[in-house]
Design a protein around this ligand. Sequence first.
Ligand SMILES: *[C@@H]1O[C@H](CO)[C@@H](O)[C@H](O)[C@H]1NC(C)=O
Ligand SMILES: *[C@@H]1O[C@H](CO)[C@@H](O)[C@H](O)[C@H]1NC(C)=O
Length: 363
Amino acid sequence: MFKLSIALASLVTLAVAQVAEWGQCGGIGYAGSTVCAAGTTCTEINAYYSQCLPGQASAPPPPSTPTVSQPSGPSSTGTAPPGLASIPASTLTQFSNFGTNPNNVAMYVYKPKTVQSNPALIVASHYCQGSAQDYYEGSTFAQLAETYGYIVIFPSSPWSGTCWDVSSTETLTHNGGSDSLSIANAARFAISNWGVDANRVFAVGTSSGAMMTSVLAGAYPDVFKAGIVDSGVAFGCFAEPNEAEDSWNAQCAEGQLILTGQQWQQKIATAYPGYTGSYPRMQVWHGTIDTTLYPQNFYEEIKQWTTVFGYPSTPISNVSESYLPSGYSNSTFGPNFQAILAQNVGHTVPLFEQQYLEFLGIA
Ligand SMILES: *[C@@H]1O[C@H](CO)[C@@H](O)[C@H](O)[C@H]1NC(C)=O
Ligand SMILES: *[C@@H]1O[C@H](CO)[C@@H](O)[C@H](O)[C@H]1NC(C)=O
């Protein structure tokens, strides 16, 4: 009997789930495991959030200070404390201390007046030379949140040209660092602290933000359940492993990087080795006269995602839609992948937010 209880006790010890690197290991309201994986230490980021950081116990990282100038105007109201109730409604609000943020990406949240219980989350990433404020003002994601009760996070790039880092090995690797890690951590924070439904975390973006959306879909398929790529490129197409972060890849942009579906799929597999879960549902949009990210990138995206999903390389249906301008064709390859090509549209295809919400299952 005595021996048995010892055996049971050690079994119980062994059974305590270890939290992986970057995972949450503590904080107010947190009920999960507080045991960090070997080589990482549970570090308090704030009262609501402790995270397993690489290395031994050390001081928490300094609070993030955005290196971009902050959007001005009455709608920006400083740093929000964690907890959904303390976020002011219907105004774009910066928040920080959401986890590791290597490049100090500035993070903003829009909470509608009435939030659904277990709300969906949309992470909306801006184009080059844009900001969180610009994308907030230039889209209807926030207004539609008032109708549908979801939460929006608008990240703001820290780089001088304010494109996103979609080229470094860090950003293209699961938990590898750079901008994609910051955005993934903000989404994880929203799940842990704001009651966001982990099964309804979505990424959308335009141009550089579309490329970031592909990066998030490929490197953080465990966090993001669907993505809308407006005028972007395939995951890994901008890779410049030997250049500084946030490099421009002219070969990719000009549609010269032409690979097989297998090769494109391999880039995604390499981003998160060992991952066996599902990949986000994807909807990609591109214009036929785009001279910033050439339309060949549309066909490279199709090769990539049809291979990931095991779909045929030609669409099951390719039709015009009554709500879209003439010249737009909607190709469906399977339930998880649609590609919309816009004849005579350049960079970028205008936003069709209501349609995105339908694809995301929100509207
Ligand atoms: C869908 O049809 C249009 C012409 O109507 C064509 O230009 C486009 O390439 C087709 N899309 C795909 C993915 O084959
Ligand atoms: C494309 O077609 C599919 C299949 O008919 C449909 O479910 C989807 O809503 C359409 N997508 C867009 C963007 O219109």
